[in-house]
Structures are given as structure tokens and as C-alpha cells.
Design a binder for this molecule. Sequence first.
Ligand code: NAD
Length: 497
Amino acid sequence: MTDFTFSARSYDFTKYVDCLNWIGGEWTPAQSGETIAVLNPRHGKEMGRVAWSDGADVRRAVEAAKAALPAWRATPLKERAQVLYRVKRIMEERLDELSWLLDHENGKTIAQARGEVLKGIECVEYGCSLPNIAQGEQLDVSRGINCAVTHEPVGVCAGIVPFNFPTMVPLWMLPQALAAGNTFVLKPSEQTPYGAMRLAEIFKEAGLPDGVLNIVNGGKEAVEALCDDPTIAALAFVGSTKVARLVYERGSKSGKKVLALGGAKNHLVVLPDAEPTLTSETVVASSYGCAGQRCMAASVMLAVGDVQHIIERMVRIASEMKLGEDMGAIINPQSVERITRYIDEAEKRGAKVLVDGRGATVEGQPGNWVGPTILDGVTPEMPAGCDEIFGPVLSIIRVDTLDEAIAIENANPYGNAAAVFTTNGGAARYAIERFEAGMCGVNIGVPVPREPFGFGGWNDSKFGNGDMTGYDGFRFWTRPRKVTSRWEVAKDATWMS
Ligand code: NAD
């Protein structure tokens, strides 16, 4: 086991052990021996190295998961859930350590890292509740004839996750998948592999048998091997739309059940009657939480009519944010370049930069930074008005009417989240009923449907059926078995006789 107990509970640079693959309960290097660097985003320095796996490593992990399947699926659900109760307790005890680990590998602030771990724990709690709610159904469908439905595990499952929530996104998948009796192969982001590494150790400590959860680190090659592997029955993906589409198509081709969540361009519509303090604070928090590197981040504000007083408050709040403390780092230098390019381009096309985060630095932390940025006078045709930027940039598009705002939201191909800010219930309802988005908010900047509700967008933000968390997640990782039985000879026959 790796000793992760470290004293660095600060934004200081911390060196980690190398991150290997977790196969059959053992830390194992990639067969090729290849590794790549994991860079701390605040400091830009190598904090450790991660195994770079190929198809052979994926095969070994799948074999380990397959070998562990018969015993795990034969374990009663109530016993499987006990592991999750212990995972919850361990995560709560180590909340501080887990949060610092996330901060170190991802660059987010300690408050946001803590929020991520707590949301991960909430997902584990949902898994703990399954023995009480996943009992299946039965009905006497005719005289002496009973029909029952049970939720059976699908078998060996896999999950592929992005860099921005290294602990929480795996926990969108693992509690339901494991409680349902499946075994699992997880592929973390090569940029932030430590959250998953720590989870593997926590699940082991909580009593999960070896081979039930396996981790294969790597990139494209490992992902393609997971898509193609014929043993894997269900595959969940969370990441950009480009890769989500590829994974959905390639995984489906080999007969798997695939659910792939993609990128986003979330629109927040602000009406003139919106409550100014709540709206300004909420929109700013949505745009700059996790430095805008959230699929639920506010990316476009559709300013309807005269909301200048709200924009001025937002400018004040954003300008006063302390980079490094109120907002964290950007994942890598390429992302800093990409985000800066979007701001430059919008400015060149006539947008006004009300708050400018370009070239921002943090003393003592020579990593990857962009400060909070507000662009005014953006149009839906500008790249900043329609593409996912995935950084701390809020583009304001000015419109005259709510219908115009809704039309712009609807025209964007993504459909993850949309929200409306107003004190008028009728206007809120009108907007919500017309948004082309799977997750909508009223006076909420990050309308994440918390457990027990399912998480998932529409349109180019999701490929496949169902949602990721809550009972929808349980449905994804199971298949219904229908059993029709007769144990007595019915007196009056029906068409079932
Ligand atoms: P990404 O798509 O680059 O990577 C996601 C995973 O796919 C990683 O494990 C990565 O190793 C792998 N991958 C990358 N390129 C690949 C390729 N060409 N072929 C096969 N596999 C590949 O995403 P990211 O940069 O890690 O994360 C940010 C993106 O994730 C954003 O678009 C964000 O909106 C999205 N995201 C979506 C949700 C959601 O719930 N919809 C949640 C979090 C993040």
C-alpha cells in the first residue's frame, strides 16, 4: 500500500509517489514500463509520474475484474453496501487529507476541493441506501401466476473520467456499479490520477475484495482498448464532447451499454427583476468556481434588458477575487493559451473586456493562471459566445427579450445546463419549459441535481440513454430480469395457461 499520509496541508509544492495501475489488489507498473509526468498546476512542477498503459494492461485489469465477478455478484446486496458504509466513514475521517490531495493535483482551492470530496461522499451515501430501495417488483399477473423483476448486475463494467473532478466523478459511478454486484475497471485522467489512486486504497481498506475495483492509467490507447474489449458489458464516460462521441460510437459498436457525458456551454438568463445581490454573487460563483473548469459553469450570461446594475456588481466581485485563494489554477499551460486566445479573439471582434484575467500571476506559485474575466457585448457567433472555453471567462450577450435569450440558448448544440434569474415565477416557468438543457435552474448558478436525482445533460452534452447518478445510475449498471412463475394449477384457465 502507498502511504499517502503527508504533512503538506498547504498550497506548497508536494512530491508524491508514482501512480501505478491497481490490478487484482496490487500496484502494478504498465507492462511497457512507460510513465508520464503529472504536473502540479499551481507550481508547474512534476509531482509524480503515472503509468502509461496499453491494451495489454487493460486486458489484465479486465481479466482481474472477470475473475472477481462470480464471488462479488453472489455476495448479498446488504453485504456489498457495508463496504460503502465503511468507505463513507474513512472518507469523512480523511476529508482534510483528501481535499489537499485534490488541490495539489488539480489546482482547485481547498474550499472547492473539500466541496468535491463532500459531494463524492454524498454519492457513496446513495450507494449505501440501495439495499432499502432496490428490491425489485412483483405482481400476481393471473390466477396462480406471478411475475417478478429483479435488478441483475451487467458484469464487468468500466468508467473513464476527466481531470476536473478526480474524486467525485469516479464516485458518480462506483457506488451504484459495485453495490449492484458488478466489478469495475476505472481509467482516471492522466492529468489527475491521484484521487482515484487514493479511492482504490480506501475501498480496499473498507473491505472490498481484490479485483472488484481495478484502475488502469493512461490515455487514448487505454480508452480505445476499453471501448473494444468484448468482456466489458457497460461503459460510462465523462469528458469532452469530442471524446464522448468517439467513446459512445466505438463502445456501442462492440455491443456495450454506453453512457457518455460530454462538454457544455451553459447559459444563465438574467431578467431585469432578478434579485441583484443573489444574482451577481451566484453568477460570479458559477463562472469562477474551479476556475471555470466545471461542466456546470456559467459560460454565457444572457442579459435581458437593463441589468446594468447587476453587471456592475459582478464586475466589482470578480475584480476583488484573490487569485490563488478565491480561485484556483488552470490545469495546464495549453489550457491557459486556449483560454487567452478566446479572450483575445472576442476583444478583436469588438467585445469589451470588463474584467481581464490575461497574464495573471500568483506570487510564489509559478504555475498556470488566468484570472476571472468578464466579456461584454459578445455575440452568439463569436467563438467565446458559442464554444466551450472551459476556463474562468463569462461572456455577456445583451438581448431585449426573454424569447431572444431562449432562442440563443436553444441554438447552441450543447444542452447540459441553463438557468434563469428572476423574481417572477411565471417568467421562470416560461424559460424552464423552453430551455434545451437537461439540468435547469431557477436562481441557481450551478443547477446540479444532487443525490438522489440523476445527473446528465441533453443534445451534444450526452450520448446514450439514462443519467449518471441516483437511481438512474443504478439502472444503468443493472439489467432487469423478469421471472414468471406458476406453482399451482389454476382453477380457471386464462390465455397464460
Ligand atoms: P477529455 O475528453 O480530454 O478527457 C476525458 C478522458 O478521456 C480522460 O480520461 C482522457 O484520458 C481520455 N481521452 C482524452 N482524449 C482522448 C482521445 N482522443 N481518445 C480517447 N480518450 C481520450 O476531457 P478533460 O479535458 O479531461 O475534461 C474536461 C471536459 O470534460 C470538458 O469538456 C467538460 O465539460 C467535460 N466534463 C463533463 C462533465 C459532464 O458531466 N457532462 C463533467 C465533467 C467534465
